[in-house]
Design a protein around this ligand. Sequence first.
Ligand code: IMP
Ligand code: MG
Length: 175
Amino acid sequence: MSEHVRVLLTEKEVDDRIQAIGDQINKDYAGKQVHLICVLKGGSFFLCELAKRITVPVSLDFMYVSSYGNSTQSSGVIKIVKDLDDPITDKDVLVVEDIVDSGRTLSYLLEMLRERNPKSLRLCTLLDKPERRVVEVKVDYTGFQIPDEFVVGYGLDYDQRYRNLPYIGVIEFEE
Ligand code: IMP
Ligand code: MG
């Protein structure tokens, strides 16, 4: 079986949208410092591109969580593989994710972060698949809402590959 990636969102479309989100964040966080939390590994490409477009003071931290579910469905119970380096108490925290699918991972993660008493806690995701939602998650900034298809690129992987594609594509399998 061979794999083929069909372009869903071009590099230009993604970059333009990230600029627009950056502009909005600059307005919303005017006079504040925003503490970006990147959810590894998928959120890393989006985080870099977004952070470059933010003009208010930025600090960064990284978290690596893994779901106990199988590769295509998360269970909602997540294991912290790498925790944040710094406390988030009294910080204006913005979590940066690649995609919200069932919502299980993010709802669990946000709940955990909320217990650490940040001053504010918001969520920014590059992609959202609303049709797939099982658990309610409040998303503050969304790049694109996409249909229920498995996508790769811009940080998103299929079996750890394709994260480096500069665009978002749908993976298709051919006999
Ligand atoms: P959730 O807990 O179901 O919302 O799962 C979110 C995680 O599943 C994301 O952070 C991705 O790692 C992964 N995921 C969900 N949909 C896709 C996809 O279309 N392509 C690649 N990874 C995906
Ligand atoms: Mg992810």
